[in-house]
Design a protein around this ligand. Structure first.
Ligand SMILES: Cc1c(C=O)c(-c2nnc3c4c(C[n+]5cc6c(C)n(C)c(C)c6c(Cl)n5)n(C)c(C)c4cnn23)c(C)n1C
Length: 322
């Protein structure tokens, strides 16, 4: 089988993308996250006050995996925890009959406030799943054998609805060749490395090691690269109150690229204006990875590409131009 689900921006800045998923008998809107490996949902186990505005999973005690718990924290400091159920999960017509569904008993304020997101669906390696006493499989791992091809493809778009394809490559979603590189899955993520970056049409050799992460809004790279980029943006500055580089919203932003597998993967300058700040500037889509330890190729990087994640005998990543 194969299937496709839409990926709809949750707000006008593409802060995150939401996809409809049937969990048990409810349809929830989940944030598909290639940077984590838990499928967790808002649930009837939470206080009613936490559920206002959310769709949520009505737990069925008969489906509980007794004694199983989960607890996850994310790069922005948010987190959630709860209990585990085995239930039917359907994404774009692809069905997992007994998928581990992690029902929240507690979620951090960032999630309660974001009333559109009913949970996350992890698409990294199952080795990062947080369920105890026994790690559970991601949705992709659960359905892998039934897929026509062992892959999913990510088609996030700039200020528009894209899609996630499971089990097939949709030729209508990209132009030109697909450029494949081996993925480094040793740390549980979809890891890639670049051998150069370019700002405008000036290219510089550098090793950039990072992970593809649909769950992260921005593009986080090494500080010297970030400084070199904003040196080309008139009026840009590091604004500690905003927590990153900002610039006048009227500034012209140069294109940025990372060379992966010998091919320049270009991020159009337009995509690097993330959103206006409260202080009348605009917040940059490229920010420093200080404190993270590696680069994170988030939505700002992904939304100009069609990215195939193939879990074959050797995991591979394929990049194509949208
Ligand atoms: C190391 C790292 C990250 C690693 O991932 C990261 C990050 N970047 N976007 C997100 C996340 C998101 C996406 N997300 C980003 C948002 C931004 C930038 N803004 C202003 C809002 C309102 C957002 C919402 Cl609701 N949601 N979600 C839903 C979760 C659980 C995230 C966790 N971390 N995260 C940051 C900020 N940092 C430093």
């Amino acid at each position: 089988t194969n299937g496709s689900a839409p990926a709809v921006p949750s707000d006008q800045y593409d802060s995150l993308y939401l996809s409809p998923v049937t969990v048990g008998s409810s349809t929830l809107h989940l944030d598909f996250d290639t940077g984590s490996s838990d499928l967790w949902v808002f649930s009837s186990l939470q206080a009613q006050s936490s559920l206002v505005g959310h769709d949520y999973y009505m737990v069925d005690p008969a489906k509980e995996k007794q004694g199983y718990t989960w607890k996850i924290s994310y790069g922005d400091g948010s987190g959630a925890s709860g209990k585990v159920y085995a239930d039917k999960v359907v994404v774009g017509g692809v069905t997992a009959t007994a998928q581990a569904v992690e029902a929240a008993t507690a979620v951090s304020a960032q999630f309660t406030q974001d009333v559109d997101t009913d949970g996350l669906l992890g698409l990294a390696m199952s080795t990062l799943n947080t369920v105890k006493p026994q790690q559970q499989k991601t949705f992709f791992d659960t359905v892998l054998k039934q897929l026509a091809q062992p892959l999913f493809a990510v088609d996030l778009k700039y200020h528009a609805a894209g899609s996630y394809d499971f089990g097939f490559i949709d030729k209508s979603k990209y132009t030109g060749a697909i450029n494949y590189v081996n993925a480094d899955t040793s740390k549980g993520w979809w890891g890639v490395s670049a051998t150069a970056y370019s700002i405008g049409n000036a290219s510089t050799s550098a090793t950039v090691s990072g992970i593809l992460d649909t769950g992260t809004t921005l593009l986080y790279v090494d500080t010297p690269i970030v400084k070199a980029y904003y040196a080309k943006v008139k009026g840009s500055k590091m604004d500690n109150t905003q927590g990153g580089y900002v610039f006048p919203c009227s500034a012209t932003l140069p294109d940025f690229s990372l060379t992966i597998g010998g091919v320049k993967q270009i991020v159009p300058g337009k995509h690097i204006n993330y959103s206006p700040t409260s202080a009348g500037n605009c917040f940059g889509g490229i920010q420093t990875n200080d404190g993270i330890g590696f680069s994170i190729l988030g939505d700002i990087f992904l939304k100009s590409k069609y990215v195939i994640h193939e879990m074959g005998s050797t995991p591979r990543i394929g990049f194509a131009q949208q």
